[in-house]
Design a protein. Sequence first.
Length: 336
Amino acid sequence: MGKVVTLGEIMLRFSTETGIRIPQAESFSIHYGGGEANVAISLANYGHQVLFASKVPANGLGEAVKKHLNRFGVDTRHLLFGGDRLGTYYLESGVGERAANVIYDRAGSSFAAMEQLEWNLESLFNGVDIFHISGITPALSEKWRALALDIVQMAKKSGCKISFDVNYRSKLWSPEQAGKFLTQILPYVDYCSAGSLDAQKLLEIPSYSGTGRKEEMTYYYQAMQKRYPNISVFYSTNRTVNSASVNQLIGTMWAERNFYESQCHMIDPIVDRVGGGDAFAGGVLHSLLNKDTYSKAICFATAAAALKHTVYGDSNQFNQQEVENFLYFGSGKIVR
């Protein structure tokens, strides 16, 4: 098993019940989560040693975050306490043809307001195999763009493989801002979660003019790797949205100049889509740490993402054996 560090903001999510809009809501379900924290939980579920670095307020909410991470086996020795508040967001659950909608309330959070690095980076990355961060962290502020680069450079210097999930959020920064940052960070990255829209909108790669999903994804993966040959593995999901409640999900990967694709998962109904991409990234990193074949890696990761859609909350709640059983037995069958 491997040793992994993830770093980012963890927030409190307030979700409406299906069929209830935020202006009419009288109660909310609450869950703790964030891109890098969700990946940490997935990897801890699979038996890896995982440390999550962040900052939360020194109050009951900060303590609740710590307990949330610890219950899944995530090491929180690098979880800092201080600052004014825990970032929050509100999710209006989608259903049928109505998509979900998010309202952020995270400005001035303990993590977002950090002005300097408060971790001992040499200690943080000692003996670490992979450092994982997403594009959500540098999207928080100009200061965090500089800090994120400093952290990645130190992780690289320490011998870590760098995992980066583009994870573009249009409500946090513009395509131009994100694209500029990608040109700065991608030269340090080893494993990258980036899809066709990231290639087109953020990296300004010309649109594919042919037909066929495999050919299209091969085109974008090849174009991205030509610009950043240091990146050994690209991966992403291809999602067909029949409705907010029914999706089809396929995982794709580009490694060693070969294209790999998972089976198609029909997710019907979706219980909670939030965190599906993080479960996918966690599955990929788990397989890379285990040195699985790329074919096995993409199938495992996509199955993990499909399973995440079946439970409430931001994080994956399944271990390695449960994901493998799901792949073996198929959807909907009772495991006795």
